[in-house]
Design a protein around this ligand. Structure first.
Ligand SMILES: CC(C)(COP(=O)(O)OP(=O)(O)OC[C@H]1O[C@@H](n2cnc3c(N)ncnc32)[C@H](O)[C@@H]1O)[C@@H](O)C(=O)NCCC(=O)NCCS
Ligand SMILES: Nc1ncnc2c1ncn2[C@@H]1O[C@H](COP(=O)(O)OP(=O)(O)OP(=O)(O)O)[C@@H](O)[C@H]1O
Length: 297
């Protein structure tokens, strides 16, 4: 593209893409995740398994630096002008995912979220702003300003689950979460992560507790697409009940988690959106990075 200033191939860009890959791998390997693909089973999915997720991640990562580069080279533009330029990259990523998975949607939500986050990181770096959680999420929110109103409010013939669920129930899904600057991640998941890491330092247990909190409060359109609003509320109530009884740290916490896994599988329910936000939480937990990390010392 002529006239576009691309960033130098800095270690920072490669570090961020590596952090994204690690976050996605940690998410799918975490076990037991109720209703989701993990090392114990394929959750409520007939068309997915662990190997497919790993192949999908391997297919996605080489495409992700483009989001950072576009965020960097468009740093002088108004944020709302950037999202339409990111969309083709996102759709190409989805095509790459579907090619790698034989047509199975493993990371649609993750591509959207991480494409925005990497573009935000590129924008902040070009603007010499600190790479920390708050400015990163604020930049994502600015990219997506008006997205729900623009893409969902006027829908007459819904083509996707997300569009249908907005029309029927006003659920905003991945778009709403991104436009809010990942509010659920910042207000629920990251505080839970920090609290658990301070309390026990056990990363696996902290991630399971984060997932439970996300399942308890996130309006996950994957659940609503599979089980209607009743299915979404069932999972939220079950997760809230488990947390109320002490969560994963309770003496019978893990046994209750396995039982919830079996219950969601029996009901064909999969909290895929919460799984995506779990990966976003793991990614953001690494920030501040770069100069901001040194400045934070
Ligand atoms: C914006 C997209 C992902 C919305 O897709 P869709 O209409 O199916 O919406 P929906 O929100 O139901 O689901 C998408 C995925 O998001 C995840 N998800 C569901 N609910 C939530 C939630 N509350 N919070 C976060 N993620 C969620 C699920 O894994 C789901 O598979 C899609 O339309 C799209 O534009 N994809 C191309 C990628 C792109 O635009 N990238 C450019 C920005 S980088
Ligand atoms: N470990 C995981 N297991 C299952 N789904 C996950 C996992 N991690 C993330 N997800 C998310 O959940 C989505 C898969 O859920 P689901 O299969 O309900 O979506 P779908 O493919 O759109 O629906 P359907 O399979 O009914 O056509 C993926 O797009 C992904 O965003």
């Amino acid at each position: 593209m002529s006239g576009i200033t691309l960033p130098p191939r800095t270690p920072l860009r490669e570090q961020l893409v590596q952090q994204m890959g690690e976050a996605l791998l940690q998410e799918v390997m975490l076990t037991p995740k109720p209703g989701l693909v993990d090392k114990r089973n394929n959750g409520a999915h007939r068309d997915m398994n662990l190997g497919l997720f790993v192949r999908s991640i391997e297919a996605l990562l080489p495409r992700m630096p483009r989001f950072y580069d576009l965020g960097f080279s468009t740093a002088a533009l108004a944020p709302v002008q950037v999202l339409p330029m990111l969309r083709p990259l996102g759709l190409a990523c989805e095509a790459g995912m579907l090619h790698a998975t034989g047509g199975v949607n493993t990371h649609k939500g993750a591509i959207f979220a991480f494409g925005l986050l990497l573009a935000a990181a590129g924008r902040l770096t070009a603007q010499q702003q600190p790479l920390a959680q708050q400015p990163l999420c604020e930049a994502v929110s600015q990219f997506c300003r008006g997205l729900v109103q623009r893409e969902l409010a006027g829908i007459t013939a819904p083509r996707t689950a997300g569009e249908r669920l907005y029309q029927q129930h006003g659920l905003t899904g991945a778009r709403g979460e991104a436009e809010s600057g990942f509010h659920t991640v910042r207000s629920v998941a990251l505080p839970t992560w920090r609290r658990m890491m301070t309390k026990t330092g056990d990363k696996a247990q902290a991630r399971l507790q984060v997932l439970l909190h996300l399942m308890a409060w996130n309006a996950d359109t994957n659940l609503a697409a599979r089980g209607g609003v009743a299915g979404l509320h069932y999972v939220q109530q079950q997760a809230q009940g488990l947390l109320w009884q002490g969560g994963v740290s309770a003496p019978d916490g893990m046994a209750r988690l396995y039982a919830l896994d079996d219950a969601l599988i029996a009901r064909h329910l999969s909290p895929g959106g919460s799984a995506d936000l779990l990966a976003v939480t793991a990614f953001l937990a690494e920030f501040p990075v770069g100069e901001a990390a040194w400045a934070a010392w």
